[in-house]
Design a protein around this ligand. Sequence first.
Ligand SMILES: [Zn+2]
Length: 272
Amino acid sequence: MNANRLTREVSFRGVGVHRGDICEVSVAPGPTGSGCWMERDGQRWPCLADSVVELERCTVLGNGQTSVSTVEHLFAALASFGVYDCEIRVDGSEIPILDGSALPFVEGLKPFLEPAPGPEPLVLQGPLWVGNEQSQVLALPSPVCRFQYALHYPGTVIGYQEASYEPLSESFEQKLAPARTFALEREVEWLRSQGLARGGSLDNALVVLADGFSSPLRLDQEMARHKCLDLVGDLYLLGRPLLAQVFAVKAGHRWHVELARKMLRELAENAG
Ligand SMILES: [Zn+2]
């Protein structure tokens, strides 16, 4: 597996999509084997599935006293580089949304990496799944890692979409990183009426209109690719790379994180 460490601290600053205030995050190298930690207002917690405190429209990590929202796109970039030892310090309530994709994080971190040993991958021993009638995520043991996502928004211009990503043989930067956050126009109206998505704009989200999109697509199947990016980011909460095939159908953060929790529980049981 691709494993690197950061050679210096890298910072990102910009609006947070949910509250709309300016946030800053710095990602610094951590001691070898320390894992990834997040700090805000003097509180600190490990970036693992157990630190997830909320899953409404984005992944929120915290420790009961304070929290940080929208961690998934930064985590997807860190996962793609195999950076698992780092200290993330956040000034504000969210990780900046930047352009709504993981590309600014990839481009910002890429110049400051060097190969380094990383944690052993989590090797899935048997099938695991989570979900309900509408949404499913299935993970199967495999000698290679592969993420696959299927979406279906009948009656919209999204329609049916699929995307896949194999970390060992494909470029995250080209295949998933540019895919942007998206929302249906009617969802945007509802979110705004609830005082949510205050930092959302056409600069950081792709809005799905009745007859097209708010801006030209960067990639085909861009929505499925973005969901696949979210899945990669949420599975960073395993604290190590994954060796498995993961199939997600109409899922989301709630189920991605549920799968990560189940995998970590199983790992702990096998170890014990
Ligand atoms: Zn996302």
